[in-house]
Ligand binder design. Structure first.
Ligand code: PLP
Length: 383
């Protein structure tokens, strides 16, 4: 018997994400899938990669899926395939993971930071408009916007697309946290010019290493993405037509993802039920997440807002409950990004959220007894 089984449930540590519980459910299938790759030996672009791209396209509805080595590379491939570079402005939220802005700098362009909506934490279209004005004043050419579908919820896609259309911006969705979420009844992957996602192990759909994908309905973009993925390779390996990367996903990771995709919708339903339980139990004491009408979330994070955030974190930590603050320091305040422009009027919502948000444990294998302990701890901290 493992030690943990002897610890009373009241004192047991509660993980933020429990990948081992998921593994316990599908270990034999995953082990067999990995063994098949080891046996056939096509470690790069093997049959699992081709099959995964087919299945993901069926699942999200995108015409083309290009799998790749990470969510970061998926975003970078999108920018490279569009020849985004020096002198170009790319609009990104600051309330996000560093990769969203990082790829812009890697491509040689300039990130311009945009504020977010205080309820959904996603890009504020009015702030985007002000950011475009700032970019023009600075002598930059506005070319692209990267709305992030933060914490599992789609961005305000229609509002962002409207501003983007006005200024002829190409829209690259960062759905690294949100594969599977829906907007107006359709899954992310079919909106804007392209959608990037990540299969990092703790994302809603994750593999056992690094992985990612980029989705598009655009045939020409698809052709270029395939080139960028492998060193700008043209018709064959002797022809190089553009600057590219080594950005393929491993066959082993694709094999893992095929097994995880098979249980993914079921896991999302459990995440949704757990989120609803948190909403019910915490809505009177903290600001619970707001999901926009017509959208669904895959609950990469269940993020609450409270002026007593630091007390919540301290209380949970004392009770062995793991909570995480995403994001305590927005990107525009991080050293390498301080010199880049921000939207007119600044980023007041972003700055405020950094002091008030905390994400609670939520994963498909969280049992309701443990969730009740989290709820009790949060309530104790704020009342
Ligand atoms: C995780 C994440 C990424 C990067 O994905 P990786 O696979 O880790 O490279 C990009 N954007 C956001 C919003 C993320 O959360």
């Amino acid at each position: 018997m493992p030690d943990s089984a002897k610890v009373p449930a009241k004192e047991r540590a509660i993980a933020f994400v429990d990948l081992q519980a998921q593994r316990a459910r599908i270990a034999p299938r995953i082990d067999a899938a990995i063994a098949r790759v080891l046996a056939h030996g096509a470690f790069i672009m093997g049959p699992e990669v081709i099959e995964l791209e087919k299945r993901l396209s069926q699942h999200c509805g995108a015409k083309h899926t290009v799998t790749c080595s990470s969510g970061t590379d998926a975003l970078l491939m999108g920018l490279m395939a569009r020849d985004v570079g020096r002198g170009d402005a790319v609009f990104v939220p600051s309330f996000t993971f560093a990769a969203t802005a990082e790829v812009v700098v890697l491509a040689g362009a300039t990130p311009v930071f945009v504020d977010v909506n205080p309820d959904t934490f996603n890009m504020d279209a009015a702030s985007l408009n002000r950011a475009v004005a700032v970019a023009r004043q600075t002598g930059l050419k506005p070319v692209c916007v990267i709305p992030v579908d933060l914490f599992g919820q789609p961005a305000d896609i229609d509002a962002v697309n409207t501003v983007a259309a006005e200024h002829h911006l190409w829209v690259l969705n960062d759905a690294a946290q949100s594969y599977g979420a829906t907007y107006g009844g359709k899954r992310l992957g079919v909106f804007g010019g392209a959608t990037a996602t990540s299969f990092y192990p703790t994302k809603p759909l994750g593999c056992y290493g690094d992985g990612g994908a980029i989705f598009t309905n655009d045939d020409e973009l698809h052709r270029r993405l395939v080139q960028v993925r492998v060193h700008g390779q043209g018709r064959d390996r002797n022809e190089t037509v553009r600057i590219g990367l080594t950005a393929r996903i491993d066959s082993i990771q694709a094999a893992v993802l095929l097994e995880k995709l098979a249980i993914f919708d079921d896991e999302c339903a459990t995440r949704q039920a757990l989120a609803a339980r948190y909403d019910q139990a915490l809505g009177d004491v903290v600001r619970t997440p707001v999901i926009a009408d017509g959208s669904t979330s895959v609950w990469a994070q269940y993020t609450i807002r409270s002026p007593r955030r630091d007390r919540i974190v301290a209380t949970l930590t004392a009770k062995q409950i793991r909570a995480e603050v995403y994001y305590p320091k927005p990107i525009h305040q991080q050293t390498p990004y301080r010199g880049f422009p921000v939207a007119g009027g600044g980023l007041p919502v972003t700055d405020q959220l950094a002091h008030e948000v905390v994400s609670l444990p939520l994963h498909p294998y969280l049992n309701t007894d443990d969730q009740d302990r989290v709820i009790a701890a949060v309530r104790a901290a704020v009342t």
